[in-house]
Write a protein that binds this ligand. Sequence first.
Ligand SMILES: [Zn+2]
Length: 253
Amino acid sequence: MSVTDLARSRIPNLTARDELALLARCLFTEGYDDHATGHITCRQLDGTFLTLPFDLGWNEVCGRDILRIDPDGVVIEGDGEVSRAIMLHLVLHRLRPRVGVAIHQHPRYGTIYAAAHRVPEAYDQTSAFLAEDDIALYDDYEGGVVYEDNAIKNVKALGTRNMALLANHGVLVLGDDVRQAHHRAVALEWRCRQAWMVEAIGGGIAMPAKGQAALQRMIHDDYQERPPNLWEWSVRRELRASPEILLPSSESA
Ligand SMILES: [Zn+2]
């Protein structure tokens, strides 16, 4: 079981729009808080995508603000603008159809290592949950991702990996669903933060490869890369502070 009954019972049922608004809020709290807003897309069963309005910050978005776009990025439900950089997400979802959620932002510590053009070592347990060979490092600025041909080049540079440090830019994190994408985004930022601190005191010793492999096997086999209760814990934190995030039940159909 990946989520305990107690953890699940402490949060209300969430619509897909609520989940996306909560994901943005949770990640803002975790350091995904650059003044330039990033983007998140969530694939829906009917082939459309839910996304954030470019007009609002990640710490203020609510379920009612979420937009629905078609596979070409045209807004078909909701009021608000979609960033032109959504092209990267559209291409990514098209070329990697199993990706359910794509997150792009410029988080505090991930962006530092993106500036250093270096994937940081894993010094602790949470950091080691992410396999180093699942984190790409590449330059996505060449040509800009608002154009389809350059977006395709970027998706090809990512390969089959689920996370990327984008040189001098930020991060890209993918997941099958909100829970998995949330975990990867939190763990990537944590890994960069811990490494920054370890390096600030003169360096440390990375977790041995054997230990990292054991942790990755556990998180994959036991929890399908969705650590128990992390999402629920984060959702409770945000809802306690801002209960208005959720759509009124009359609007949630
Ligand atoms: Zn960006």
